[in-house]
Each structure stands twice: as C-alpha cells, then as structure tokens.
Design a protein around this ligand. Structure first.
Ligand SMILES: *Cc1c(COP(=O)(O)O)cnc(C)c1O
Length: 406
C-alpha cells in the first residue's frame, strides 16, 4: 500500500484490522434500507431480524455450535466480561469461588478476574513459562472442589502462541468445571469446533478479523444458564438487552465467513512469510523471538532487541511508513513493560525493547521484504545512542540488565 507515493506497511493487525470491501458492502444496506428495529412487525424491521438470524446461523456453523448458542455483544471485551463475571456470580451460589486463568490473558479477562478477587473470589494465575504456553498438567493440578471456571485464551494477542485448548477442554470436562476461552486472536486463523474441543463459552470480536469495531459474540453452550450481563429488552433471547447493532452483526458474520473459508490458504502463505521474517530478524545481534517458535499463529511475531527502547523503535518505523506496536495497544501509553512479556520471565529492560509485528491475509511478500530491509538499520541507529547498549557491549550489566557503573 502507498500514500502520497510513500510506502505504507500496516503490521498491527492484532490491534485491529481494515474492514474488507465485501464486509462494507454487506453492512451498507443495514443502514440504507433495512434500518427498521428488528423487534418490530413491519417489513423493514423483519428484514433486519432475518439478517440477524442468518448472521447467527453463519457464526454458529463456523464454530461448530447451534444457532441458539450464539449471543451478539458490543465487543470482545464485553464477551469476556460476561463469561467470566457471570459464571463467577452463578457458581458462587453453590459455594464455588475459585477461578483458574493464566498470567498472560488479555486485560479483558485479567482485570475481570482481579475485580472478582476484590469480591472475595480466589484466582490461580497459571505460569506460561518462557515459551508462552500453559501446561495442562499444571492446570489439572490447580482444579479444586470449589473451582467455578477455567478461562484460558486460545492464541495470545501479543506473542501469538497457541494454547492446548482441546487438552484443556478434555480436562475441564473430566472434572466437571466450566471452560471459557477468549478466542479473539484465533477465530478465522485456526480451525475451531466448540463441541469437539469441549468448550463451554468462547469469545469472538469482529474487528480483529476484518470486520467492524464495536461488535462481538459469545458462544454459550446450551445448558449453561449464565445470568445476564446487560438487563433490558428481550433481545438475544432475553439475555442481552439493547437494540441490536444490525450492521455490526452482519459485518461480523461476513468477515468471519471470509476469514474461516481462507484459513488453510492463508496459513500456508503466511507461515512462509512469517518464517522468513523471523529468520532474517533474528540475524540482528542480541535479538530474540518471544514465545514458542512453532506453536504460534503465523499472523504474529514478537521480538525483543536488547539495548533498544520500544517506543523509539515504533517512532522510527512509523517514519518509514511501518505501523507496528510494542505490545498490546492497551498497554501503550503506560511506561510499564507488558504483562505478557514479563510473564515469559524477561527482565524489564529487555521487555522494554519489544516489537510486535502482526499480519493479515492482506500482508504481502513485499511488505515483509520492506520490514526486513528497514528494521536492522533502525535498531542500529537506536543502539548507537543507548547507554544500555554501550554497557551490554562492554559486559557492564548484571543479570537484570542493570548497568554496572565502575
Ligand atoms: C482485542 C482483544 C480483546 C478485546 O476485544 P475488543 O473487541 O477490542 O473489546 C480481547 N481479547 C483479545 C485476545 C484481543 O486480542
């Protein structure tokens, strides 16, 4: 892509994606023609209701669910909050007040768990180790009599590592514990089947897969009588009040359909690009790839460069037309390094020099070439001005990368 003749490489698809033209086309009639209230009786309303029904069927079939197990929400964050907080509320009635999650969940899950801790729930935060993957045996050992919920993300949004979801699903089923997964970085990238994988609840967000912002879905298995997160009208079978975001819902279904149909083709193509990128970037001295080399989605590559400050890296990259991030968009603006990188055991000083490059089916070979060409020079330029890099070169650092002054 170019603007004003300048090359533009969008490599922050884990933060959000561009809406596909086909999705936009599917959305427009919801505003222009079928703008009626879906709960009304005249035809422009009933047509809106029909489009919602068909979107629900699409989303359900792509997840291996039944259509009455899909609830549309206002965002991925809302889906996560509904699943975590309302499961806790429901299970507390039978004395179950323990939740198992991981240290590197998205803040939508992590902060929901922390809010529950303040209300007296107990939360176990499982380690993800250096490779960024939860260990199922450790998860099983953490299950107690009073465990209400296990919530583990499908693929991590900062480093792309894939969690052993089927194994975790089987363990939860064996112990009769409810299992939720934040699959926001996995839907449309990996093949998912909620029944085969024993998933009780699963969160989706449209804008991470070329759909519109502000719309998500939560799959709730039939039989799980989750309390309402939003009380109101009879929408979403009485469980999530509020006039439906018809255009958003239609956009979510369309985007999900296109993404899911393209999984095999995109995975094959992006795996090649992503492997080439990783091989080339790791030639940079004292650089590392964050998370497992193989158990990852090819849409994501996260690196750390010692002696580099992540923010400067992003600014220099932007000057060259590359949009990237240092971690989750939600942590930028804060000076703390990302909780995800710290959970891998990286020292603060190393976690500060992070770069997340995230791709989509729109990413081209030329985009990757361009990043490979531009990035090493930028890292070198920043390191020339870095006292930490100078100290690293002279061996004047301790194990936490603090500079040792003589
Ligand atoms: C983006 C994201 C969310 C939040 O979704 P929104 O629709 O932006 O609220 C939650 N979890 C993960 C893993 C994400 O990547």
């Amino acid at each position: 892509m170019t603007t004003n003749g300048k090359r533009l490489v969008y490599a922050d698809n884990a933060a959000t994606t561009a809406v596909l033209p086909e999705v936009l086309e599917a959305i427009l009639p919801c505003y222009k023609e079928n703008y009626g209230n879906p709960s009304s009786l005249y035809s422009i309303g009933t047509r809106a209701q029909e489009t919602i029904n068909s979107a629900r069927e699409t989303v359900a079939s792509l997840l291996g669910a039944q259509q009455n197990e899909i609830y549309f929400t206002g965002s991925g964050t809302e889906s996560d909050n509904w699943a975590v907080k309302c499961t806790a509320q429901m299970m507390a009635k039978s004395g179950k007040r323990h939740i198992i999650t991981s240290k590197f969940e998205h803040h939508a899950v992590l902060h929901a768990c922390m809010a529950l801790e303040k209300e007296g729930f107990e939360v176990t935060y499982l380690d993800v180790y250096e490779n960024g993957i939860v260990r199922p045996a450790e998860l099983e050992a953490a299950i107690r009599e009073d465990t209400a919920l296990v919530t583990i993300m499908y693929a991590n949004n900062e480093i792309g590592t894939i969690q052993p979801i089927s194994e975790i699903g089987a363990i939860c089923k064996k112990h009769g514990v409810l299992f939720h997964t934040d699959a926001i970085q996995a839907v449309g990238k990996l093949h998912i089947n909620v029944k085969e994988q024993n998933i009780d609840m699963l969160s989706v967000s449209a804008h991470k897969l070329h759909g519109p912002k502000g719309v998500g879905a939560l799959y709730i298995r039939n039989g799980v009588r989750l309390p309402n997160f939003i009380d109101g009208g009879a929408q979403e079978r009485n469980r999530r009040g509020g006039t439906e975001n018809v255009a958003g819902i239609v956009g979510l279904a369309k985007a999900m359909e296109i993404a899911c149909m393209g999984i095999d083709k995109n995975t094959e193509r992006l795996t090649k690009l992503h492997n080439r990128l990783i091989d080339e970037i790791l030639k940079i001295e004292r650089s590392r790839l964050n998370g497992d080399r193989d158990l990852r989605v090819p849409q994501n590559a996260s690196f750390c460069f010692e002696g580099v400050e992540g923010e400067s890296l992003l600014l220099y990259l932007d000057m060259e037309g590359i949009s990237a991030s240092s971690g989750s968009a939600c942590t930028s603006g804060s000076l703390d390094p990302s909780h995800v990188l710290l959970s891998l055991g990286l020292p603060h000083a190393v976690a500060h020099g992070s770069l997340r490059l995230s791709f989509s089916d729109e990413t081209t070979d030329e985009d990757i070439d361009y990043i490979i060409r531009v990035l090493p020079g930028i890292v070198e330029r920043i390191r020339k001005m870095s006292p930490l890099w100078d100290a690293i070169q002279r061996g004047k650092i301790d194990k936490d990368y603090n500079i040792i002054y003589d």
